[in-house]
Design a protein around this ligand. Structure first.
Ligand code: PNS
Length: 169
């Protein structure tokens, strides 16, 4: 056996970070595409204690797990802290982010450059499917709260959870 044959193949990992409050079809499109490019895609639900979410972090994780179960190589967990530390602890060299429009670019570029400067982690931008270029969790929540139909913008069980949660308020 030669040296190269005995070496363990490197597992290629990437992270899709976000608040996911809740996950939308736009998020899913990016995660699905990342899951075809990498061996393992980590979905990191980043905890922001200063932001009160509609769903708890545990509920968000459960919805993402259900939505991504069919991909087979997606791991979902919460993290409190810097994204670069999440990456360092799991040996993840790449962050995958969707870019919806030019308006996303300035802030995303700033974060990508900061993260790269902090730890060398790379950010790869994937152009969002045009079907979802207007989509965000915030807009979905706002439209749903006023009775607008968002059933085509999120998975069925997310729509049910959203309807139930907004009905409680
Ligand atoms: O879904 P969001 O809220 O647009 O996602 C933003 C998120 C969570 C990816 C970003 O705020 C983040 O990476 N937060 C983790 C804390 C951190 O690393 N901050 C420094 C960014 S340069």
């Amino acid at each position: 056996m030669t040296g190269s044959e005995s070496e363990e193949p490197q597992v290629r990992r990437a992270v899709c970070p976000g608040s996911f409050d809740p996950i939308t079809n736009g998020h899913l499109d990016i995660i699905a595409r990342a899951s075809k490019l990498y061996d393992v895609v980590h979905v990191a639900v980043m905890i922001n204690k200063s932001k009160q979410g509609l769903f708890t972090v545990e509920e968000r994780i459960e919805l993402i797990r259900r939505a991504t179960a069919e991909y087979g190589n997606v791991e979902v967990e919460a993290f409190h802290g810097l994204l670069v530390d999440f990456c360092k602890q799991r040996d993840i060299p790449a962050i995958v982010k969707g870019l919806r429009a030019v308006s996303d670019f300035d802030y995303e570029l700033q974060m990508a450059q900061m993260n790269n400067g902090l730890s060398g982690v790379e950010t790869l931008f994937v152009p969002t499917n045009p079907t979802y270029s207007f989509l965000s969790s915030s807009l979905v929540k706002e439209v749903a709260a006023w009775g607008g139909d968002v059933s085509h913008l999120v998975p069925d069980f997310v729509f049910e959870a959203l309807t139930e949660r907004l009905g409680e308020k």
